[in-house]
Structure formats: structure tokens, C-alpha cells
Design a protein around this ligand. Structure first.
Ligand SMILES: CC(C)(COP(=O)(O)OP(=O)(O)OC[C@H]1O[C@@H](n2cnc3c(N)ncnc32)[C@H](O)[C@@H]1OP(=O)(O)O)[C@@H](O)C(=O)NCCC(=O)NCCS
Length: 179
């Protein structure tokens, strides 16, 4: 994943900032990872939930985790709202996947839409990535709506995929060409 960028990106939008997490964000991240409502439509294998200690997670986000994935904090006026992630880098296809998860207190305020736009801009302007993909559980209408309105095309609908639960989940697959 480090091949994609020389340093951890700091992305500033009109309202939202995406930046590296630090030890000062530990309590806020703990609130996110302990909120079951946030993780209802997400895979069970996300890095921030891999270890019991959230402090340990933050310490290793930019060494262990970054081999497979870049996780940035999403901030609104300095307040932690959640996480944005770039993962699944496929060098031969010039492709990555993206995702995000926010604390419910920040839902429906356009934060995910702005976060997505910052990630797309960064990948388009600062990397050689040509395609961005995303997966949503078919039940997750809000997330599907955001990808659709941001220009993603639905590649596959309700295909069963393993998200780490007892049974596979109907999944929608999204794609955006950025070059
Ligand atoms: C999905 C999530 C990221 C959305 O974040 P958000 O900041 O509330 O999103 P935004 O405010 O930018 O946009 C939400 C859009 O979805 C719409 N929406 C919200 N709930 C909806 C629903 N149940 N059905 C359809 N549309 C819905 C909103 O009206 C808004 O559309 P609009 O801007 O055209 O009015 C947030 O709810 C979340 O973190 N959920 C838990 C984790 C998750 O599901 N992550 C995505 C995994 S793929």
C-alpha cells in the first residue's frame, strides 16, 4: 500500500479533514469500535477491531496495517467523526477499494459524501490509480446512495459474499473510472 503514496496523506475539504490518527484519538476511536450500529453492515475483519487495545491499534495503523490498507481519521472542525479506508490495492489493474464508517451522531450531514469526494480527488490527482471499487451490503441503502450519487456504477447486485458472518451476505459491487 505504501507504493501508492510517499507519505500518509492529509486531505482537507470544505468542512472535512482526513488525517493520520494519533494517540490523542484513542478515546474517540474506542467509541466508534464499540458501537454495534456502526458495524452492522461492515466486514468482521476490519483492522481497528483486530486487537482489544485501541491504543495498540493506533500505534500499528501505519506500520502493520498499512501493508494492506490505509486508514485515516475523518474530522469535522477538529472533532473525530469516524474512519475512511483505502484497501485492496491491485497494482496490475491500477485499482483500489474504498470504504468509511462514521459515528451515528455525524450521520446525514453530508460527511461521507465529502469524505468520498476527498478520497476520489486524492487517488485521481496524486496516484496512478485508474479505478476505484466499493462493496456495500445490499441492505445498506444509505451507502449505496452515496456511491451512486458520486458517480459509481453498479457492477453486480445482490451477489453473495463472505463478510465474516455465519452466512454470506447479498452484496452490491460498485466501480468508478477516474482516468
Ligand atoms: C453509510 C454512512 C457512511 C453514511 O454517512 P453519512 O455521512 O450519513 O452520509 P451522507 O450524509 O454524506 O449521505 C447520506 C445519503 O444517504 C441518504 N440516506 C440516508 N439513509 C438512507 C436510507 N436508509 N435509504 C436511502 N438513502 C439514505 C441521505 O439522504 C443522503 O443522501 P442525500 O445527500 O442525497 O440527501 C454512515 O451511515 C455510516 O457510517 N454507517 C455505518 C457504516 C457503514 O455502513 N459504512 C459503509 C459501508 S459500505
Amino acid at each position: 500500500m505504501k507504493e501508492l503514496f510517499k507519505e500518509i496523506p492529509y486531505l482537507k475539504g470544505e468542512r472535512v479533514t482526513l488525517r493520520k490518527l494519533t494517540a490523542e484519538d484513542t478515546e474517540a476511536l474506542r467509541e466508534l469500535v464499540n458501537n454495534d450500529k456502526v458495524y452492522r453492515y461492515l466486514p468482521t475483519s476490519l483492522y481497528e477491531k483486530k486487537y482489544d487495545s485501541v491504543g495498540y491499534v493506533i500505534e500499528h495503523l501505519y506500520d502493520e496495517c498499512i501493508k494492506d490498507s490505509l486508514i485515516l481519521g475523518v474530522f469535522l472542525g477538529g472533532e473525530f467523526c469516524g474512519l475512511a479506508e483505502i484497501y485492496g490495492y491491485s497494482k496490475p489493474d491500477f485499482k483500489v477499494s474504498i470504504g468509511y464508517r462514521l459515528l451515528p451522531a455525524y450521520w446525514r450531514r453530508g460527511i461521507a459524501t465529502e469524505t468520498l469526494s476527498l478520497l476520489i480527488g486524492f487517488l485521481a490527482d496524486e496516484t496512478d490509480i485508474e479505478k476505484i471499487s466499493a462493496s456495500t451490503m445490499s441492505e445498506n441503502k444509505a451507502s449505496a446512495h452515496i456511491f451512486e450519487k458520486s458517480g459509481f456504477k453498479l457492477e453486480a447486485h445482490a451477489v453473495y459474499e463472505d463478510w465474516g458472518y455465519d452466512t454470506p451476505k447479498p452484496t452490491d459491487k460498485w466501480i468508478l473510472n477516474i482516468k
